[in-house]
Design a binder for this molecule. Structure first.
Ligand code: GCO
Length: 477
Protein backbone atom coordinates (compact mmCIF):
# COMPACT_ATOMS: atom_id res chain seq x y z
CA UNK A 1 0.00 0.00 0.00
CA UNK A 2 1.26 3.48 -0.83
CA UNK A 3 1.15 5.62 2.30
CA UNK A 4 0.21 9.30 2.40
CA UNK A 5 2.95 11.69 3.53
CA UNK A 6 2.91 13.46 6.84
CA UNK A 7 1.51 17.00 6.58
CA UNK A 8 4.28 19.57 6.06
CA UNK A 9 3.46 21.33 9.34
CA UNK A 10 3.31 18.08 11.33
CA UNK A 11 4.45 18.63 14.91
CA UNK A 12 7.26 16.19 15.64
CA UNK A 13 7.38 16.54 19.39
CA UNK A 14 8.14 15.07 22.74
CA UNK A 15 6.63 15.50 26.18
CA UNK A 16 7.08 15.72 29.94
CA UNK A 17 5.15 16.68 33.07
CA UNK A 18 6.09 19.20 35.75
CA UNK A 19 6.27 16.85 38.72
CA UNK A 20 8.23 14.27 36.77
CA UNK A 21 11.01 16.60 35.61
CA UNK A 22 11.16 19.91 37.43
CA UNK A 23 12.27 19.22 40.98
CA UNK A 24 12.55 22.49 42.95
CA UNK A 25 9.44 21.32 44.70
CA UNK A 26 9.40 24.10 47.26
CA UNK A 27 11.38 26.82 45.54
CA UNK A 28 10.43 30.36 44.58
CA UNK A 29 7.14 30.32 46.41
CA UNK A 30 5.70 27.11 45.00
CA UNK A 31 2.93 25.59 47.11
CA UNK A 32 2.71 21.93 48.09
CA UNK A 33 0.96 19.61 45.64
CA UNK A 34 -0.93 16.43 46.41
CA UNK A 35 2.00 14.50 44.90
CA UNK A 36 4.55 16.22 47.13
CA UNK A 37 2.59 14.81 50.01
CA UNK A 38 1.53 11.43 48.63
CA UNK A 39 5.07 10.23 47.79
CA UNK A 40 5.98 10.54 51.45
CA UNK A 41 3.50 7.81 52.43
CA UNK A 42 5.67 4.72 53.03
CA UNK A 43 5.30 2.00 50.42
CA UNK A 44 3.56 4.08 47.78
CA UNK A 45 6.44 4.58 45.35
CA UNK A 46 9.42 2.43 44.31
CA UNK A 47 12.01 2.72 47.08
CA UNK A 48 10.20 5.82 48.28
CA UNK A 49 11.39 7.94 45.37
CA UNK A 50 10.03 11.46 45.03
CA UNK A 51 10.07 14.31 42.54
CA UNK A 52 11.73 16.71 44.95
CA UNK A 53 14.76 16.94 42.69
CA UNK A 54 13.52 14.88 39.73
CA UNK A 55 15.85 15.68 36.80
CA UNK A 56 16.22 19.28 37.93
CA UNK A 57 14.63 20.67 34.77
CA UNK A 58 13.62 23.75 36.78
CA UNK A 59 17.28 24.80 36.88
CA UNK A 60 18.46 23.12 33.69
CA UNK A 61 15.65 23.96 31.29
CA UNK A 62 18.03 25.94 29.04
CA UNK A 63 20.31 22.98 28.64
CA UNK A 64 17.31 20.74 27.92
CA UNK A 65 15.87 23.14 25.34
CA UNK A 66 19.31 23.33 23.72
CA UNK A 67 19.25 19.56 23.29
CA UNK A 68 15.80 19.84 21.72
CA UNK A 69 16.95 22.57 19.37
CA UNK A 70 19.96 20.57 18.27
CA UNK A 71 17.70 17.63 17.56
CA UNK A 72 15.35 19.80 15.52
CA UNK A 73 12.34 19.09 17.72
CA UNK A 74 9.24 20.93 16.44
CA UNK A 75 7.12 20.80 19.58
CA UNK A 76 7.64 20.32 23.29
CA UNK A 77 4.72 19.38 25.48
CA UNK A 78 5.16 20.21 29.16
CA UNK A 79 2.82 20.88 32.03
CA UNK A 80 2.38 23.89 34.25
CA UNK A 81 2.32 23.17 37.93
CA UNK A 82 -0.79 24.80 39.36
CA UNK A 83 0.75 25.27 42.86
CA UNK A 84 3.67 27.14 41.28
CA UNK A 85 1.22 29.65 39.80
CA UNK A 86 -1.22 29.78 42.72
CA UNK A 87 0.43 28.20 45.77
CA UNK A 88 -2.79 27.61 47.72
CA UNK A 89 -4.86 26.87 44.62
CA UNK A 90 -7.28 29.77 44.72
CA UNK A 91 -5.56 32.74 46.35
CA UNK A 92 -2.61 34.93 45.45
CA UNK A 93 -0.74 34.51 42.21
CA UNK A 94 2.98 33.71 42.49
CA UNK A 95 4.83 35.82 39.92
CA UNK A 96 8.01 33.77 40.27
CA UNK A 97 6.10 30.68 39.19
CA UNK A 98 4.69 32.41 36.13
CA UNK A 99 8.14 33.72 35.28
CA UNK A 100 9.64 30.24 35.18
CA UNK A 101 7.14 29.14 32.52
CA UNK A 102 7.46 32.41 30.65
CA UNK A 103 11.22 31.92 30.44
CA UNK A 104 10.78 28.32 29.33
CA UNK A 105 8.26 29.31 26.65
CA UNK A 106 10.49 32.14 25.41
CA UNK A 107 13.45 29.80 25.25
CA UNK A 108 11.39 27.33 23.19
CA UNK A 109 10.11 30.01 20.83
CA UNK A 110 13.58 31.44 20.35
CA UNK A 111 14.55 27.98 19.14
CA UNK A 112 11.49 27.59 16.94
CA UNK A 113 9.96 24.89 19.11
CA UNK A 114 6.18 25.03 19.49
CA UNK A 115 5.13 24.91 23.14
CA UNK A 116 2.24 22.55 23.89
CA UNK A 117 1.03 23.40 27.37
CA UNK A 118 -0.74 20.95 29.66
CA UNK A 119 -2.70 22.76 32.32
CA UNK A 120 -3.15 19.83 34.67
CA UNK A 121 -0.81 16.89 34.91
CA UNK A 122 -1.92 15.68 38.35
CA UNK A 123 -0.13 18.01 40.76
CA UNK A 124 -3.20 19.54 42.39
CA UNK A 125 -2.50 22.16 45.09
CA UNK A 126 -2.66 20.27 48.38
CA UNK A 127 -4.47 23.24 49.91
CA UNK A 128 -7.53 22.49 47.76
CA UNK A 129 -7.47 18.86 48.84
CA UNK A 130 -7.46 20.07 52.45
CA UNK A 131 -10.08 22.76 51.89
CA UNK A 132 -12.80 20.83 50.07
CA UNK A 133 -11.37 17.41 49.07
CA UNK A 134 -10.04 18.61 45.73
CA UNK A 135 -11.89 17.07 42.79
CA UNK A 136 -14.67 15.90 45.10
CA UNK A 137 -15.72 19.46 45.82
CA UNK A 138 -17.71 21.39 43.23
CA UNK A 139 -15.64 24.47 43.98
CA UNK A 140 -12.84 22.87 41.99
CA UNK A 141 -14.72 23.80 38.81
CA UNK A 142 -14.33 27.54 39.44
CA UNK A 143 -10.89 27.31 40.97
CA UNK A 144 -9.53 25.35 38.03
CA UNK A 145 -11.10 27.76 35.57
CA UNK A 146 -9.63 30.76 37.38
CA UNK A 147 -6.19 29.20 37.31
CA UNK A 148 -6.60 28.51 33.59
CA UNK A 149 -7.76 32.06 32.94
CA UNK A 150 -4.62 33.47 34.57
CA UNK A 151 -2.42 31.23 32.46
CA UNK A 152 -4.42 31.78 29.23
CA UNK A 153 -4.25 35.55 29.55
CA UNK A 154 -0.57 35.51 30.32
CA UNK A 155 0.53 33.17 27.53
CA UNK A 156 -2.16 33.50 24.85
CA UNK A 157 0.13 35.31 22.42
CA UNK A 158 2.84 32.70 22.74
CA UNK A 159 1.08 29.35 23.06
CA UNK A 160 -1.17 27.86 20.39
CA UNK A 161 -1.75 24.33 21.70
CA UNK A 162 -3.32 23.73 25.09
CA UNK A 163 -4.14 20.48 26.88
CA UNK A 164 -6.64 20.77 29.72
CA UNK A 165 -6.57 17.60 31.83
CA UNK A 166 -3.98 14.91 31.28
CA UNK A 167 -5.32 11.35 31.46
CA UNK A 168 -8.39 12.08 33.51
CA UNK A 169 -9.17 8.38 33.41
CA UNK A 170 -5.87 7.57 35.06
CA UNK A 171 -5.71 10.18 37.79
CA UNK A 172 -9.34 9.63 38.70
CA UNK A 173 -9.37 5.85 38.82
CA UNK A 174 -5.93 5.47 40.34
CA UNK A 175 -6.72 8.19 42.84
CA UNK A 176 -10.18 7.03 43.89
CA UNK A 177 -10.37 3.33 43.11
CA UNK A 178 -6.90 1.79 43.20
CA UNK A 179 -5.54 4.22 45.82
CA UNK A 180 -2.25 4.19 43.95
CA UNK A 181 -2.35 7.94 43.31
CA UNK A 182 -3.46 10.78 45.58
CA UNK A 183 -5.84 11.23 47.30
CA UNK A 184 -5.37 7.54 48.11
CA UNK A 185 -9.06 6.59 48.16
CA UNK A 186 -10.87 3.35 47.28
CA UNK A 187 -14.47 4.25 46.66
CA UNK A 188 -16.15 3.98 43.25
CA UNK A 189 -18.96 6.35 44.15
CA UNK A 190 -16.58 9.06 45.25
CA UNK A 191 -14.56 8.32 42.14
CA UNK A 192 -17.43 8.99 39.78
CA UNK A 193 -18.39 12.16 41.62
CA UNK A 194 -14.84 13.51 41.41
CA UNK A 195 -14.84 12.50 37.76
CA UNK A 196 -18.04 14.42 37.10
CA UNK A 197 -16.46 17.57 38.54
CA UNK A 198 -13.35 17.02 36.45
CA UNK A 199 -15.57 16.85 33.37
CA UNK A 200 -17.26 20.09 34.34
CA UNK A 201 -13.94 21.81 35.06
CA UNK A 202 -12.62 20.65 31.71
CA UNK A 203 -15.70 21.95 29.89
CA UNK A 204 -15.71 25.28 31.72
CA UNK A 205 -12.04 25.91 30.95
CA UNK A 206 -12.57 25.10 27.27
CA UNK A 207 -15.66 27.28 27.12
CA UNK A 208 -13.72 30.17 28.65
CA UNK A 209 -10.84 29.64 26.21
CA UNK A 210 -13.27 29.98 23.32
CA UNK A 211 -14.97 33.02 24.85
CA UNK A 212 -11.60 34.74 25.22
CA UNK A 213 -11.21 34.27 21.48
CA UNK A 214 -7.68 33.01 21.81
CA UNK A 215 -5.96 32.06 18.61
CA UNK A 216 -5.17 28.44 19.29
CA UNK A 217 -6.59 25.04 19.99
CA UNK A 218 -7.50 23.26 23.19
CA UNK A 219 -8.48 19.75 24.23
CA UNK A 220 -7.99 17.08 26.90
CA UNK A 221 -5.47 14.22 26.67
CA UNK A 222 -6.97 10.81 27.13
CA UNK A 223 -5.18 7.52 27.79
CA UNK A 224 -6.94 5.29 25.32
CA UNK A 225 -6.05 1.64 24.98
CA UNK A 226 -8.48 -0.02 22.58
CA UNK A 227 -9.99 -3.37 23.49
CA UNK A 228 -9.79 -6.66 21.61
CA UNK A 229 -11.95 -9.69 22.28
CA UNK A 230 -9.83 -12.73 23.09
CA UNK A 231 -11.54 -14.69 20.31
CA UNK A 232 -14.74 -14.92 18.25
CA UNK A 233 -16.78 -16.33 21.13
CA UNK A 234 -19.75 -13.93 21.19
CA UNK A 235 -19.49 -13.75 24.97
CA UNK A 236 -15.95 -12.44 24.66
CA UNK A 237 -17.00 -10.08 21.89
CA UNK A 238 -19.62 -8.65 24.21
CA UNK A 239 -16.98 -8.33 26.93
CA UNK A 240 -14.91 -6.24 24.52
CA UNK A 241 -17.92 -4.01 23.85
CA UNK A 242 -18.33 -3.63 27.59
CA UNK A 243 -14.77 -2.54 28.09
CA UNK A 244 -14.92 0.01 25.28
CA UNK A 245 -18.08 1.44 26.83
CA UNK A 246 -16.68 1.70 30.35
CA UNK A 247 -13.06 2.59 29.53
CA UNK A 248 -13.44 4.72 26.44
CA UNK A 249 -16.95 5.93 25.55
CA UNK A 250 -17.77 6.86 29.13
CA UNK A 251 -14.76 9.18 29.26
CA UNK A 252 -14.62 10.60 25.76
CA UNK A 253 -18.34 11.00 24.87
CA UNK A 254 -18.71 13.52 27.66
CA UNK A 255 -15.85 15.63 26.27
CA UNK A 256 -17.28 15.77 22.79
CA UNK A 257 -21.04 15.37 23.17
CA UNK A 258 -21.61 16.43 26.77
CA UNK A 259 -23.39 13.21 27.68
CA UNK A 260 -22.64 9.94 29.43
CA UNK A 261 -23.29 6.93 27.19
CA UNK A 262 -26.38 4.98 28.20
CA UNK A 263 -24.99 1.51 28.80
CA UNK A 264 -22.18 2.74 31.06
CA UNK A 265 -24.57 5.04 32.90
CA UNK A 266 -27.07 2.24 33.53
CA UNK A 267 -24.31 0.00 34.90
CA UNK A 268 -23.18 2.71 37.33
CA UNK A 269 -26.78 3.46 38.34
CA UNK A 270 -27.58 -0.21 38.92
CA UNK A 271 -24.50 -0.42 41.12
CA UNK A 272 -25.52 2.67 43.08
CA UNK A 273 -22.42 4.65 42.13
CA UNK A 274 -23.65 7.12 39.48
CA UNK A 275 -22.68 10.72 40.31
CA UNK A 276 -25.09 13.40 41.43
CA UNK A 277 -25.85 15.79 38.58
CA UNK A 278 -27.00 19.36 39.12
CA UNK A 279 -29.31 21.41 36.94
CA UNK A 280 -27.35 22.96 34.10
CA UNK A 281 -24.45 20.52 34.22
CA UNK A 282 -25.16 18.98 30.85
CA UNK A 283 -25.57 22.41 29.27
CA UNK A 284 -22.11 23.40 30.43
CA UNK A 285 -20.68 20.07 29.32
CA UNK A 286 -22.09 20.63 25.84
CA UNK A 287 -20.69 24.15 25.69
CA UNK A 288 -17.14 23.01 26.34
CA UNK A 289 -16.42 21.04 23.23
CA UNK A 290 -12.69 20.54 22.54
CA UNK A 291 -10.97 21.54 19.29
CA UNK A 292 -8.93 18.35 19.19
CA UNK A 293 -8.53 15.18 21.22
CA UNK A 294 -5.16 14.46 22.77
CA UNK A 295 -4.30 10.79 22.64
CA UNK A 296 -1.89 9.10 25.00
CA UNK A 297 -1.35 5.67 23.55
CA UNK A 298 0.69 2.92 25.12
CA UNK A 299 -1.10 -0.36 24.64
CA UNK A 300 -4.24 -2.36 23.91
CA UNK A 301 -6.19 -4.65 26.23
CA UNK A 302 -7.57 -8.09 25.46
CA UNK A 303 -10.60 -9.40 27.29
CA UNK A 304 -12.84 -12.34 28.01
CA UNK A 305 -16.23 -12.49 29.61
CA UNK A 306 -16.32 -12.03 33.36
CA UNK A 307 -19.28 -13.82 34.89
CA UNK A 308 -21.34 -12.21 37.60
CA UNK A 309 -21.21 -15.35 39.71
CA UNK A 310 -17.64 -14.34 40.38
CA UNK A 311 -15.93 -17.17 38.53
CA UNK A 312 -12.62 -15.67 37.47
CA UNK A 313 -13.74 -12.18 38.41
CA UNK A 314 -10.94 -9.65 38.61
CA UNK A 315 -10.62 -6.51 40.62
CA UNK A 316 -12.27 -3.48 39.06
CA UNK A 317 -10.14 -1.45 36.70
CA UNK A 318 -11.59 1.46 34.77
CA UNK A 319 -8.43 2.65 33.11
CA UNK A 320 -7.03 -0.12 31.06
CA UNK A 321 -3.56 1.04 32.06
CA UNK A 322 -2.61 -2.45 33.10
CA UNK A 323 -3.67 -4.50 30.17
CA UNK A 324 -2.20 -7.90 30.61
CA UNK A 325 -3.04 -9.41 33.94
CA UNK A 326 -5.73 -11.93 34.73
CA UNK A 327 -6.65 -10.11 37.89
CA UNK A 328 -8.10 -7.00 36.42
CA UNK A 329 -11.61 -6.59 35.10
CA UNK A 330 -15.16 -5.54 35.88
CA UNK A 331 -17.47 -8.11 37.45
CA UNK A 332 -20.20 -9.03 34.99
CA UNK A 333 -18.58 -7.07 32.17
CA UNK A 334 -15.11 -8.25 31.23
CA UNK A 335 -11.74 -9.39 32.52
CA UNK A 336 -8.36 -8.66 30.99
CA UNK A 337 -6.16 -11.47 29.73
CA UNK A 338 -2.82 -11.74 27.94
CA UNK A 339 -2.77 -11.38 24.18
CA UNK A 340 -0.81 -14.26 22.62
CA UNK A 341 -0.11 -12.23 19.46
CA UNK A 342 1.81 -9.36 21.01
CA UNK A 343 4.96 -8.97 23.08
CA UNK A 344 5.06 -7.34 26.47
CA UNK A 345 7.55 -4.88 27.98
CA UNK A 346 9.39 -5.48 31.23
CA UNK A 347 6.49 -3.70 32.90
CA UNK A 348 4.02 -6.00 31.23
CA UNK A 349 2.64 -3.45 28.77
CA UNK A 350 1.52 -4.85 25.42
CA UNK A 351 3.62 -3.62 22.48
CA UNK A 352 1.06 -3.10 19.75
CA UNK A 353 1.52 -0.43 17.06
CA UNK A 354 -1.64 -1.56 15.22
CA UNK A 355 -3.54 -0.64 18.36
CA UNK A 356 -2.54 2.99 17.80
CA UNK A 357 -3.97 2.95 14.28
CA UNK A 358 -7.13 1.34 15.60
CA UNK A 359 -7.40 3.90 18.41
CA UNK A 360 -7.09 6.79 15.97
CA UNK A 361 -9.65 5.33 13.60
CA UNK A 362 -12.18 4.60 16.32
CA UNK A 363 -11.78 8.10 17.76
CA UNK A 364 -12.18 9.64 14.34
CA UNK A 365 -15.29 7.64 13.51
CA UNK A 366 -16.94 8.40 16.81
CA UNK A 367 -15.79 11.98 17.44
CA UNK A 368 -14.59 13.38 14.14
CA UNK A 369 -12.03 15.72 15.71
CA UNK A 370 -8.36 16.17 14.83
CA UNK A 371 -6.04 14.10 17.01
CA UNK A 372 -2.85 15.26 18.66
CA UNK A 373 -0.82 12.33 19.92
CA UNK A 374 0.27 13.74 23.22
CA UNK A 375 2.14 10.64 24.46
CA UNK A 376 3.56 7.39 23.14
CA UNK A 377 6.76 5.67 24.12
CA UNK A 378 8.58 2.80 25.71
CA UNK A 379 9.57 2.57 29.37
CA UNK A 380 12.65 0.39 29.74
CA UNK A 381 15.83 -0.12 31.72
CA UNK A 382 18.56 1.64 29.71
CA UNK A 383 22.28 1.10 30.07
CA UNK A 384 24.84 3.88 29.99
CA UNK A 385 27.96 2.48 28.32
CA UNK A 386 31.49 3.44 29.34
CA UNK A 387 31.79 5.58 26.20
CA UNK A 388 28.72 7.61 27.16
CA UNK A 389 26.41 5.96 24.61
CA UNK A 390 23.02 4.35 25.22
CA UNK A 391 22.08 1.77 22.64
CA UNK A 392 18.29 1.81 22.86
CA UNK A 393 17.42 0.16 19.56
CA UNK A 394 14.35 -1.36 21.29
CA UNK A 395 13.03 2.20 21.71
CA UNK A 396 13.84 3.08 18.11
CA UNK A 397 11.95 -0.01 16.95
CA UNK A 398 9.01 0.82 19.17
CA UNK A 399 8.73 4.44 18.07
CA UNK A 400 9.36 3.63 14.40
CA UNK A 401 6.57 1.05 14.34
CA UNK A 402 4.18 3.48 16.00
CA UNK A 403 5.06 6.26 13.56
CA UNK A 404 4.33 3.87 10.69
CA UNK A 405 0.97 3.13 12.32
CA UNK A 406 0.24 6.87 12.41
CA UNK A 407 1.11 7.18 8.75
CA UNK A 408 -1.26 4.31 8.03
CA UNK A 409 -3.98 6.03 10.04
CA UNK A 410 -3.40 9.24 8.06
CA UNK A 411 -3.76 7.18 4.90
CA UNK A 412 -7.01 5.78 6.33
CA UNK A 413 -8.34 9.33 6.64
CA UNK A 414 -7.50 10.32 10.20
CA UNK A 415 -6.49 13.95 10.80
CA UNK A 416 -3.37 14.19 12.98
CA UNK A 417 -1.77 17.40 14.22
CA UNK A 418 1.39 15.94 15.66
CA UNK A 419 3.16 13.26 17.61
CA UNK A 420 4.75 13.75 21.02
CA UNK A 421 6.85 10.92 22.31
CA UNK A 422 6.94 10.19 25.99
CA UNK A 423 9.34 11.45 27.15
CA UNK A 424 12.01 13.99 26.22
CA UNK A 425 14.53 13.44 28.99
CA UNK A 426 14.32 10.50 31.33
CA UNK A 427 12.12 11.43 34.23
CA UNK A 428 10.43 10.23 37.36
CA UNK A 429 7.99 7.41 36.72
CA UNK A 430 5.28 8.26 39.25
CA UNK A 431 5.34 4.87 40.93
CA UNK A 432 8.46 3.24 39.48
CA UNK A 433 11.17 5.67 40.47
CA UNK A 434 13.95 6.42 38.01
CA UNK A 435 14.61 2.93 36.73
CA UNK A 436 11.84 2.99 34.11
CA UNK A 437 13.22 5.28 31.43
CA UNK A 438 11.40 6.78 28.45
CA UNK A 439 13.60 9.60 27.16
CA UNK A 440 15.67 10.41 24.10
CA UNK A 441 18.03 11.96 26.61
CA UNK A 442 19.46 9.81 29.35
CA UNK A 443 19.77 11.43 32.76
CA UNK A 444 22.38 9.94 35.02
CA UNK A 445 20.46 9.48 38.21
CA UNK A 446 19.03 6.70 40.31
CA UNK A 447 16.98 6.49 43.47
CA UNK A 448 19.58 8.43 45.45
CA UNK A 449 19.94 12.17 45.04
CA UNK A 450 23.70 11.92 44.81
CA UNK A 451 24.31 11.93 41.07
CA UNK A 452 25.11 14.93 38.96
CA UNK A 453 22.13 14.47 36.64
CA UNK A 454 24.32 14.74 33.59
CA UNK A 455 22.50 14.40 30.24
CA UNK A 456 23.53 11.94 27.50
CA UNK A 457 22.03 11.54 24.03
CA UNK A 458 20.70 8.04 23.43
CA UNK A 459 20.85 6.38 20.01
CA UNK A 460 17.14 7.14 19.69
CA UNK A 461 17.93 10.86 19.98
CA UNK A 462 19.98 10.76 16.76
CA UNK A 463 17.46 8.53 15.04
CA UNK A 464 14.50 10.81 15.82
CA UNK A 465 16.54 13.77 14.56
CA UNK A 466 16.60 12.12 11.15
CA UNK A 467 12.90 11.34 11.30
CA UNK A 468 12.18 15.02 11.91
CA UNK A 469 14.58 16.20 9.21
CA UNK A 470 12.91 14.01 6.61
CA UNK A 471 9.36 14.64 7.88
CA UNK A 472 8.88 10.98 8.69
CA UNK A 473 10.35 9.54 5.51
CA UNK A 474 13.55 8.38 7.16
CA UNK A 475 12.20 5.67 9.41
CA UNK A 476 15.00 3.15 9.16
CA UNK A 477 17.94 3.18 11.51
C1 GCO B 1 5.00 6.27 34.43
C2 GCO B 1 4.00 6.57 33.37
C3 GCO B 1 3.92 8.07 33.18
C4 GCO B 1 2.83 8.44 32.28
C5 GCO B 1 2.50 9.89 32.11
C6 GCO B 1 1.03 9.94 31.83
O1 GCO B 1 5.82 5.39 34.23
O2 GCO B 1 4.90 6.90 35.46
O3 GCO B 1 4.28 5.91 32.21
O4 GCO B 1 5.19 8.56 32.85
O5 GCO B 1 2.97 7.86 31.02
O6 GCO B 1 2.80 10.72 33.19
O7 GCO B 1 0.64 11.13 31.33
Amino acid sequence: QKLDSFPSDFLWGSASAAYQVEGAWDEDGKGESVWDKFVKIPGKTFKGTTGEVAVDHYHRYKEDVQLMAEQGLKAYRFSISWPRIIPDGNGEVNEAGIKFYEDLIDELLANEIEPVVTLYHWDLPQALQDEYLGWEGRQIINDFTRYCEIVFKRFKDKVKYWVTLNEQNVFISHGYLAASHPPNVKDPKRMLQANHHANLANAKAIKLFHELDIEGQIGPSFAYGPTYAFDADPKNQLAAENREEINANFWMDIYVYGRYPKVAWKYFEDNGIAPTIEVGDFDLLKEGKPDFLGLNYYQTATVKENRLDGVGAGKPNYTGEKGSTEESGMPGLYKEVSNPYVEYTNWDWAIDPSGLRIAMRRMTSRYDLPILITENGLGEYDRLEADGRIHDEYRINYIRDHIVAIQEAITDGVEVIGYCTWSYTDLLSWLNGYQKRYGFVYVDRDESNEKELKRYKKDSYFWYKKVIETNGQELRK
